[in-house]
Design a protein around this ligand. Structure first.
Ligand code: PLP
Length: 427
């Protein structure tokens, strides 16, 4: 459930008509709803109530910053009790700038540089999720040389097919992430012996936009077996990080598991583990909390197929359709009730700049406003300046008020960072 609803025939974000945001900020623009973010964070936490009860510990919900790293969004979620799962030094600094306490920060990622490991140590973050024996040794050596101890888990690759888009599947043997399960005990034993590292558990994350709990449950069962094996090897296991991945509805008929169903499954899968659990949800918190608001540039007719509705948003602003073939619902801000079949495209000079093909949508004319729904996760953060288009701004709505929480970065500001070197100047 979200707070983007029609009132008197016009689409609102909470109590703000989207047309007002378009008038004041311009289009395209991402619009987020604070109430929706807070609601999703609350519902996710409530879904985990059986887990909290069974383990007698409140789990850490570390929002996956990569899904929406906007400072204001992170601030909302931090105030709602979330920690942060970060995958780069840049995200780490963002999370802390937004007010996430260091001890609620988890650092994931297969390619943390030495400088990023050092940053995590300097900021005294809560947990490093180590993805290779090489990374673990480097972190241990850094920490030990400074008289510090890094809190860490070992990320394993359970070789489970998450049954999602191949570009966002992360838990199969051929993916780059984690340590193969068959090597996990050996690597754990090697790293646990190192000074500078408190290797205290295991982490897993098998992929994103999961619509089925079964692959997760299979992966968690493997984690449970590994925890038992590691304990049998004499290790003290106090923490397990179960990652993110819960899907959202992009399209009618797609029914992801609810947080309550997810929580019940986790409670079942983790019986007797006796550990602190961490979760890393991204999309399920932020996805439906944002839309991309756009204006129709013109409607081009007269080709072979349906008309092209050309909007002022493009694949550089919202990459998911071009990148993953993803579906985003497309709705008029002021629908007339009439419908049309159209191709929805952006202005970029590439056929991949297509949001929808041969789709029945609200009838639209040049100058009218529309939204791409479910654009709050993996939206603005994946933007580029391709075709010398600027970076799209972001707005956060809170009841009747809204604020620009990321400025539009115009194309000429990007150009300002470039220069023609002396040796190319005419003499
Ligand atoms: C991307 C990612 C997540 C978040 O995935 P969602 O599908 O957005 O919940 C969590 N953990 C790790 C390690 C990730 O890479």
């Amino acid at each position: 459930m979200d707070h983007f609803t029609y009132k008197n025939g016009e689409l609102y974000a909470e109590d703000v008509p989207l047309s007002r945001i378009a008038d004041e900020v311009g289009t395209p623009v991402y619009v987020y709803s604070r109430a929706t973010l807070e609601r999703h964070a609350r519902v996710f936490r409530e879904g985990l109530a059986p887990v909290a009860q069974a383990t007698r510990r409140e789990p850490l919900v570390a929002f996956a910053v990569k899904s929406n790293p906007n400072l204001a969004v992170l601030r909302v979620l931090s105030r709602a009790g979330c920690g942060a799962d970060v995958v780069s030094g840049g995200e780490l600094v963002r999370a802390m700038t937004a007010g996430v306490p260091a001890d609620k920060i988890v650092f994931s990622g297969v390619g943390k540089t030495r400088a990023e490991l050092q940053l995590g140590l300097d900021r005294q973050i809560g947990q490093f999720n180590i993805e290779s024996s090489e990374e673990g040794r480097e972190l241990a050596e850094l920490a030990a040389s400074q008289g510090r101890v890094a809190q860490a888990t070992l990320r394993i690759n359970p070789d489970v097919d998450a049954k999602t888009h191949e570009k966002i599947s992360t838990g199969r043997a051929e993916n780059k992430f984690g340590i193969p399960l068959v090597r996990a005990r050996e690597v754990f034993g090697e790293l646990a012996a190192l000074e500078g590292l408190n290797l205290r558990g295991v982490a897993v994350h098998i992929g994103s936009q999961l619509l089925d709990l079964e692959p997760l449950e299979t992966a968690f069962a493997k984690v449970g077996q590994l925890v038992a094996d590691l304990r049998a090897d004499g290790h003290t296991i106090t923490h397990v990080d179960l990652g993110g991945g819960l899907g959202v509805t992009y399209k009618d008929g797609e029914v992801p598991p609810t947080p309550a169903e997810y929580g019940a499954m986790v409670a079942r899968a983790t019986v007797g583990w006796d550990v602190h659990l961490t979760f890393e949800p991204g999309r399920v918190i932020a996805g439906n909390a944002g839309v991309l608001l756009t204006r129709v540039v013109r409607v081009k007719r007269g080709g072979n197929g349906p008309p092209f509705v050309i909007v002022d948003a493009a694949m550089n602003d919202l990459a998911r359709p071009a990148m993953y073939g993803a579906w985003h619902d497309f709705d008029a801000v002021m629908p007339t009730g009439e419908r049309m079949v159209a191709n929805i495209v952006g202005p970029i000079c590439e056929t991949g700049d297509t949001f929808a093909t041969d789709r029945e949508v609200d009838a639209l004319q040049s100058g009218e406003l529309a939204v791409f729904r479910t654009a709050g996760a993996y939206g603005a953060t994946m933007a580029s300046s391709y075709n010398s288009r600027g970076f799209v701004p972001e707005v956060l709505v809170d009841g009747e008020q809204f604020a620009v929480v990321a400025d539009r970065i115009p194309a000429d500001a990007i150009m300002d960072a470039e220069r023609v070197p002396d040796f190319l100047l005419d003499d």
